[in-house]
Write a protein that binds this ligand. Structure first.
Ligand code: NAD
Ligand code: DAU
Length: 351
């Protein structure tokens, strides 16, 4: 079986649902269920004999060792992290703990397990580390996109903690020979994303008749990738990636935040017009900027395309349209995750 950490979060749960829909191999999901982890997302596979869930902190070495011994994974896919930049600015401690200490703990546990393997099992074992394009820092408007040789220059507590985890992964490969794979991906969007991130926040606020907060001048640029395309890319890297290597994954969809928000408003005007007929874009509000806000990210994904044959299937228009429709069809899921903790975050952050 494969062991997935953070499988109750946005990307991890999409990955597991996708995996179980297309493969027979069982999955062990190891997740602490922080505010960002939602067991409800995986309700559809809860009783599937190929799915096992363990509510465990990745920093708990003893518990991780026990799970590995019991389930004997042929690969570990490490998604678990604290992932929201704004939260890392307000409280960086958890980011260092989970992203750095947690990754260190997973690497130690994986290495101990790898050392017990022999023959074909040893040959096949992989530790796949899911990381971000934010480790490369911020680009000027005319800079070339990030490739796998771009020097690291993280600028938020979140990206610094992810960069640290990438360095640990590289070191565990180089020093101990652990067969690692690292992926650095751009901004994801799609079903089951917690509504603290730009796209689901905009959709849910719009439908709730609330302000649509755009930081600063709204001209910060992100490279958007539909989450299923990211999951496909991870599958491909797991199957065909070369141990010790890193692969950049991106959507070839560079857009300014204000244009993303306006596109969401346009889709909502078409799919669920306001009762007053006033366009959703009237709810847009420019608010105080994020401290140290990175201006632009862009991914050069030529390596994964030429070496492993992956390219995104969705354009931003097709992926976003599906996403808006998904949030309209799944209001129950949204209500379930926008609990007291969520409301508390929104009230504190957007005062
Ligand atoms: P998320 O915040 O939605 O989910 C994170 C999951 O990890 C949650 O289920 C949470 O409960 C779990 N978790 C957190 N701390 C844990 C701990 N100590 N022990 C066990 N489980 C813990 O995150 P996401 O958006 O799904 O991101 C997944 C991974 O992909 C992260 O490593 C992130 O850095 C990376 N990434 C995200 C994006 C994006 O746009 N969301 C882009 C590139 C890379
Ligand atoms: O680039 C990959 C990264 O993308 C991942 O590693 C992170 O885990 C993920 O959270 C995401 O980081 P961002 O900071 O880019 O995502 P977020 O959705 O928080 O913000 C996207 C852009 O929108 C960013 O420029 C900030 C802006 N923004 C965000 C929020 C929440 C707003 O203008 N208003 C908002 O209310």
């Amino acid at each position: 079986m494969i062991l997935v950490t953070g499988g109750a979060g946005f990307i991890g749960s999409n990955f597991i649902l996708n995996w179980l829909a297309h493969r027979d191999e069982p999955v062990l999901n190891v997740d602490k269920l922080t505010y960002a982890g939602n067991a409800a997302t995986l309700r559809g596979v809860e009783h599937d004999s190929r799915y096992v869930f363990a509510q465990v902190d990745i920093c708990d070495r003893e518990a991780i060792d026990g799970l590995i011994q019991k389930h004997q994974p042929r690969a570990i896919l490490h998604f678990a992290a604290e992932s929201h930049v704004d939260r890392s600015i307000r409280g960086p401690g958890e980011f260092v703990q989970t992203n750095v200490v947690g990754t260190f703990t997973m690497l130690e546990a994986a290495t101990a397990w790898y050392r017990t393997l022999s023959g074909g099992q040893r040959e096949a074992f992989r530790f796949l580390h899911v990381s971000t394009d934010e480790v490369y820092g911020s680009l000027e408007p005319n800079d070339p996109a990030f490739n796998e040789r771009t020097p690291y220059a993280p600028s938020s507590p979140y990206s610094a903690s992810k960069a640290a985890s990438d360095h640990l992964v590289r070191a565990w490969h180089h020093t101990y020979g652990l067969p690692t794979l690292t992926t650095n991906c751009s901004n994801n969007y799609g079903p089951y994303q917690f509504p603290e991130k730009l796209i689901p926040l905009t959709i849910t606020n719009a439908l709730g008749g609330k302000a649509l907060p755009v930081y600063g001048d709204g001209r910060n640029v992100r490279d958007w990738l539909y989450v299923e395309d990211h999951c496909e890319a991870i599958d491909v890297v797991l199957d065909r990636g070369v141990p010790g290597e890193t692969y950049n994954i991106g959507g070839c969809n560079e857009l300014a935040n204000i244009d993303v928000v306006k596109t969401i408003c346009r889709f909502l005007d078409e799919l669920k017009p306001t009762s007053s007929g006033v366009p959703y874009a009237q709810q847009i509000q420019f608010v105080t900027d994020r401290p140290g806000h990175d201006r632009r990210y862009a991914i050069d994904a030529r390596r994964i395309e030429s070496e492993l044959g992956w390219r995104p299937a969705q354009t931003f228009e097709t992926g976003l349209h599906k996403t808006v429709q998904w949030y309209l069809d799944n209001t129950e899921w949204v209500e379930g995750v926008t609990s007291g903790e969520y409301r508390c975050w929104i009230e504190t952050h957007y005062v």
